[in-house]
Design a protein around this ligand. Structure first.
Ligand code: CDP
Ligand code: CDP
Length: 226
């Protein structure tokens, strides 16, 4: 089907991947898939059962009893675990702090990347994550590696915090840098730019500028695919 392509958007936390991917999908009439939400859902489920990232067998058993559903919505994607809406719960600081440890687990990556590949089978998907262009969809027609400086990314997250949950900016910067390091240094599918990915530094770009350039690039790829 040359009418649609798959678009992979990878990069570190706060680069703007989910915001931009959702808007690009909206403009193209594509489906947006937030793979980070899936790693977060697994982390939440494991925490509830007191399973640690090192307990491979327990994790494996848990994964085989989890049904993860993603549903597109107006203000983003909703995520369900065995029918329970966990969209808000997976954004907690507890999950954020632990998710990169669970994302380093071989069994977790194997199960989730299998699901993600299935979701993209019919094309017309904008998928964001860390290893989409390198491992999940190595044949994606368009690959974007979206970055921004740690300072700018921490500031973006700082601005998103509700007033009653304020955390010092320096603390956010430290936590983002730690998560970057874990994601970049893990053995399996680390965060790295795919050779054929186009790098966009969004530090000094507006959301509209980033979306505009990705939509333009995808129109070019679509024309090529015809
Ligand atoms: O939204 P934010 O950038 O904070 O993170 P996320 O996209 O929700 O991803 C949370 C974590 O899941 C990342 O820090 C990675 O450890 C992991 N992840 C991954 O390993 N591979 C993916 N394809 C997506 C997320
Ligand atoms: O998914 P990822 O962690 O890469 O980033 P995000 O969750 O989309 O968060 C990015 C935040 O930065 C959002 O609050 C956006 O409004 C803001 N932002 C952006 O995404 N892109 C810009 N060029 C400027 C700001």
């Amino acid at each position: 089907d040359s009418d649609r392509i798959n678009i992979a958007i990878d990069g570190p936390a706060g680069a703007g991947k989910s915001t931009v991917a959702r808007m690009v999908a909206g403009q193209l009439g594509y489906v947006y898939i937030d793979t980070g939400a899936m790693y977060r859902a697994v982390t939440l489920s494991a925490q509830r059962l007191s399973i640690t990232a090192e307990q491979e067998q327990r994790l494996s058993d848990m994964l085989h009893s989890l049904r993860i559903d993603l549903e597109p919505g107006v203000s983003g994607q909703s995520i369900f675990v065995n029918g329970e809406d966990v969209t808000q719960l997976i954004r907690s600081r507890e999950v954020t702090r632990q998710v990169s440890y669970f994302a380093a687990s071989a069994v977790v990556r194997k199960v989730l990347s299998g699901m993600q590949r299935n979701m993209a089978g019919r094309k017309g998907v904008v998928m964001d994550g860390r290893d989409i262009g390198t491992h999940v969809l190595p044949d994606a027609e368009l690959k974007i590696f979206l970055t921004a400086s740690v300072k700018e990314r921490a500031l973006r997250r700082f601005k998103e915090l509700p007033a009653d949950q304020s955390v010092p900016l320096e603390q956010l910067e430290k936590e983002i840098a730690e998560r970057d390091a874990l994601d970049e240094q893990r053995e399996i599918s680390p965060l790295v730019r795919a050779k054929d990915a186009i790098e966009l530094d969004s530090s000094h770009m507006t959301i509209e500028e980033v979306v505009g350039s990705i939509v333009k690039l995808s129109r070019t790829k679509l024309a090529e695919a015809k």
